[in-house]
Design a binder for this molecule. Structure first.
Ligand code: 13P
Ligand code: SF4
Length: 309
């Protein structure tokens, strides 16, 4: 593993490449990345890097976002099968049909979408800025939110925008957490705050002491005085939480079926050091987007990053 990490480092320097990794990737992948972050931080980093090659250790929509923002750079995704069940739950043609019923609505979409859906979107958001973005939209402006029904309903509950139309999509990882098992963990670890990602179901979020994006959960865990936490999101985050807080204890919330390993995102876990090495060596698989579609999608991401909506 050490040898592979060194070879990746050498290739990276030789090719002026940068490795961006999401907090849900494997621990050894996070450890060799130049930058690790949540989806907002990763898209900001992708927009500002001066590397010639961006290797995205994450899933397809994240690498696609990097390519949309940096069209002149080569963007590599080590495994082209690394998709996202949430992005797949909102197909662009179906979404376009759906929007015909809401012609006067502003379209807000989570970045967990394809380039085709982003091209139909007015402003993108991530789990760390979704509430702020919706709050900034004037009350007389109607909104369609896609694709995550759990995040959409969470935004409604926090902002009071009950008339927001929400697309019925979800992530297979965050749908699977069990309220009963979280309540059992709370009994076993009294006083341990429950930290949950807003893609979880409402019944799960009701058990949470703190709700936020992966970066926000990390920040909470580091600044809290508690020494034990129940973590309700994808398991990869525990690596960074433990690294940043070696004296604290993090208990992963189990899914409904404890044997299914469902709190691992199977797509994120497809990214391995071997595949990163091969991708850098061969400069593929490369993310390619047709230019007109890219330009249409770019507007929605720039509107998010620059607050122009
Ligand atoms: P973050 O926005 O917290 O990085 O989450 C991305 C994601 O895919 C959650 O499932
Ligand atoms: Fe997509 Fe869910 Fe995996 Fe996040 S955890 S990348 S939303 S499938």
């Amino acid at each position: 593993m050490l040898r592979l990490a060194e070879e990746i480092g050498a290739l990276k320097r030789q090719k002026n490449a940068v490795i961006l990794a999401h907090y849900y990737t494997r621990p050894e992948v996070q450890d060799i990345a130049d930058f690790t972050g949540d989806s907002l931080a990763l898209s900001q980093q992708a927009a500002r890097t001066d590397a010639s090659i961006i290797l995205f250790a994450g899933v397809h929509f994240m690498a696609e976002t990097a390519k949309i923002l940096s069209p002149d750079k080569k963007v590599l995704l080590p495994d082209p099968e690394a998709g996202c069940s949430l992005a797949d739950s909102c197909e662009a043609t179906a979404f376009e049909r759906f929007l015909k019923d809401y012609p006067d609505h502003l379209v807000v979409a989570y970045v967990n979408t394809s380039v085709g859906v982003k091209a139909l979107t007015d402003v993108c958001c991530t789990s760390s800025n979704a509430v702020d973005i919706v709050r900034r939209i004037p009350l007389d402006r109607k909104i369609v939110f896609a694709p995550d029904r759990n995040l959409g309903n969470y935004i409604k509950s926090v902002t009071g925008r009950d008339d927001m139309v929400v697309w019925d999509g979800a992530c297979h990882v965050h749908e699977e957490f069990s309220v009963e098992k979280i309540l059992e963990l709370k009994k076993t670890y009294p006083g341990a705050p429950v930290l949950a990602h807003p893609e979880c179901k409402k019944t799960v979020l009701l058990t949470a002491d703190y709700i936020g994006s992966t970066a926000a959960l990390l920040e909470y865990a580091s600044s809290s005085l508690a020494d034990t936490f129940i973590v309700v999101t994808e398991s990869g985050i525990l690596h960074r939480m433990q690294q940043e807080n070696p004296n604290k204890r993090f208990i992963p919330a189990p899914p409904i079926d404890s044997t299914c390993g469902c709190n691992d995102c199977r797509y994120m876990k497809l990214v391995t050091l071997e595949k990163i090495y091969r991708a850098l060596r061969d400069e593929q698989p490369e993310v390619v987007i047709e230019e007109e579609l890219r330009r249409e999608a770019e507007r929605s991401i720039r509107n998010m990053l620059e607050g122009t909506f």
